[in-house]
Write a protein that binds this ligand. Structure first.
Ligand code: SF4
Length: 387
């Protein structure tokens, strides 16, 4: 265990946060069966502090553990198939486009890669692989270093992050190509910079291509807790009503229809019908959950901030709620520090905590130069016309 920050915690490497140990669970194929979801809900409530955060890499983050409760939780997560017994294999961050269907390209490749993770070299802590091989690629805004995507030519490509185009893949050889490029990254000195987008080395011949990704949006109907946070009781309520839950990198859950593959498409109803029984999204047990307003222009994202994160000197989510109610043009990102955990893409407005005050970045990221410095919350709201 370590208290070092700046790397991605996992189940085996919990991070010491302001509210205790934080452990991260990445469900295989981004899918929680009903029983697995109930276990996570139970562990969060009984062993942790009850809070479950959904992350931008399709993981569930459980908070408030101590040494003993963490050990007990990991043991049960391994037994349930949610955590690999080998910490080195568990450390590989694999993000799967959540609206896969059984035996489609995303499902086929993700399963093959999960079984061959042992062939990957030891990769930097934040290095990730995205399997995004549906009819369109939907994970473009999700952090990843190697991307298996649908190309504009209709076939699959492997694209190194930071490059606009990727190389065509041969069906059945996709995992070979991923393993080969990951090995090249390490052999060419990539570990020193940590991320593919920052690695300036010329790609090897087989990884150079001219095909761009065919970009789209997930069509699944998602349940989005406010700020990506839900309680164990809320997760249990959703799990009991669904065949399974897919965990998305948009800090939401995608309930799976009975029978497995088919996902919800957009419906006029305010209900999700799972296991044949309609469940109100706004039922009393899930009061903080609402259907996702899939409009990036109005989105407000905020990290956990102070006091839960020791890196933060300011509260973030209360301010984000105030900004959300002010109907400002977004996207808006409120970050407890310049690390920007909640969003890596630029936002129209980014508010960054520093030394107990707020800096304001326009059309940038949390680490971009601010337009205004050292604002109190009241001065910031006045500046934005939100007070
Ligand atoms: S961005 Fe937020 S959650 Fe991430 S380290 Fe900074 S304060 Fe903590």
């Amino acid at each position: 265990m370590s208290a070092v920050r700046g790397w991605c915690p996992s189940a085996w490497r919990p991070m010491a946060a302001g509210d205790g140990l934080l452990l991260r669970v990445r469900p295989p194929l981004s899918r929680l069966t009903c029983a697995q979801a109930l276990l996570v809900a139970e562990l969060a409530a009984a062993n942790g502090n009850g809070a479950i955060d959904l992350t931008r890499r399709a993981a569930l983050q459980l908070r408030g553990f101590d040494e003993a409760s963490w050990g007990e939780a990991v043991k049960r997560l391994v037994a349930a198939g949610l955590v690999d017994p080998d910490p080195a294999i568990e450390a590989v961050t694999l993000t799967v486009a959540p609206d896969w269907h059984a035996d489609d390209d995303t499902h086929r490749i993700a399963r093959a890669l999960e079984m061959r993770r042992v062939e990957l070299p030891r990769l930097p802590g934040k290095f990730g692989i995205a399997i995004d091989a549906g009819e369109r690629s939907v994970l473009g805004d999700t952090p990843a270093d190697l991307r298996v995507e649908r190309g504009v030519h209709g076939g699959l490509i492997l694209r190194a992050d930071g490059r606009a185009t990727g190389a065509r893949l041969v069906r059945g050889r996709e995992v070979d190509a991923v393993v080969s490029l990951a090995r090249w990254f390490i052999a060419s000195g990539g570990a020193a910079v940590g991320r593919m987008a920052r690695h300036a080395a010329v790609l090897p011949d087989g990884a150079v291509g001219e095909v761009g990704p065919l970009v789209g949006q997930s069509q699944g109907e998602q349940v989005s807790p406010r700020h990506g946070r839900l309680t164990g009781a809320e997760l249990a309520s959703l799990a009991e009503a669904a065949e399974a839950l897919r965990v998305t990198p948009w800090r939401s859950l995608l309930p799976e229809r009975a029978g497995g593959a088919a996902m919800f498409s957009a419906r006029p109803s305010n209900f999700l019908s799972c296991k044949g029984a309609p469940v109100a999204v706004h039922s009393p047990a899930v009061t903080s959950i609402h259907r996702r307003a899939a409009d990036p222009a109005t989105s407000v994202e905020a990290c956990v901030g102070a006091p839960a994160c020791p890196q933060a000197s300011v509260a973030t989510r209360a301010l984000a709620d105030l900004l959300a109610s002010a109907s400002l043009a977004g996207p808006i990102h409120v970050s407890g520090c310049a690390k920007g955990c909640a969003r890596s893409a630029p936002a129209a407005l980014t508010i960054v905590g520093r030394a107990g005050r707020y800096d304001l970045v326009r059309d940038g990221r949390a680490d971009s130069p601010p337009a205004l410095l050292d604002l109190t919350a009241a001065a910031l709201l006045a500046e934005l016309g939100a007070s």
